[in-house]
Write a protein that binds this ligand. Structure first.
Ligand SMILES: C[S@@+](CC[C@H](N)C(=O)[O-])C[C@H]1O[C@@H](n2cnc3c(N)ncnc32)[C@H](O)[C@@H]1O
Length: 218
């Protein structure tokens, strides 16, 4: 339940202070304070966009818990011209619990679309495609490009490996030739209208959900 239901203030989300005050704050079986809980949040409320399971938890405790159950797929996006979709990709990767997000090219990216989810997600930078590919090789991870290019095969029905790297191109130019050359396959998402492509953030969400549908959804 949101505290807003009680306060009547629709502009507030999340929950208010932990009911009952400090004497009621969560404790371990031995009576010591449960260190996963943040005293500031317990005292003042938790307005973050986190699932109820993590209400009042410290950032570090949430990340540590996510790290125990991250999925083995990675996502990478090329960032040669400061693609504004990256924040959305990071947010979706957090929602679907990708192992890591890889930014290829420029290190800087616009965090606004991530809505703070980047703090809970491991985001790694590779200056070049060769760096990303060398890392994937070392990890034994197949690289799969995602783009609707000549020679691409349908994502629909494609058996995605459990552990893999899904690589997305950027909004203007799409997947680079280097990624196409390194990819085991390039996968396209079926389209039926007049536009040449969908938004890269939307394509990333569809591809990640395809992985979830094959490997993680109950
Ligand atoms: C604007 S699109 C790239 C350009 C596109 N190849 C074209 O011919 O216009 C940007 C990125 O979104 C993703 N994307 C967009 N539409 C897609 C689709 N139908 N299938 C797979 N990926 C897609 C890809 O990662 C692509 O590199």
């Amino acid at each position: 339940m949101s505290a807003d239901d009680e306060s009547g203030r629709p502009d507030e989300v999340g929950v208010g202070p932990w009911p009952g005050g400090p004497g009621e704050w969560p404790r371990n079986a031995d009576g010591s304070p449960d260190e996963r809980y943040d005293p500031e949040l317990l005292a003042h409320g938790d307005r973050r966009n986190v699932v109820d399971r993590y209400r009042y938890w410290t950032l570090e405790a949430v990340v540590a818990d996510l790290d125990t159950r991250r999925h083995p797929f990675h996502v990478a996006i090329e960032n040669w011209q400061h693609d504004l979709n990256i924040g959305s990709v990071v947010r979706t990767a957090n929602a679907f619990l990708a192992a890591q997000v890889h930014i290829v090219g420029n290190r800087r990216w616009n965090r606004r679309g991530a809505m703070v989810t980047d703090r809970y997600q491991h985001v790694r930078h590779h200056p070049t495609v060769a760096d990303l590919v060398a890392w994937a090789d070392a990890e034994g991870l197949p690289v799969l490009g995602v783009d609707n290019l000549p020679g691409s095969v349908p994502l629909e029905g494609y058996p995605l490996p459990r552990a893999c790297v899904l690589v997305f191109g950027q909004e203007s130019v799409g997947l680079s030739d280097e990624v196409r050359a390194a990819a085991a396959d390039v996968l396209h998402i079926a389209q039926f209208g007049s536009t040449r492509s969908i938004n890269a953030g939307a394509a990333a969400a569809i591809a990640m959900h395809a992985w979830v549908a094959q490997h993680a959804a109950t």
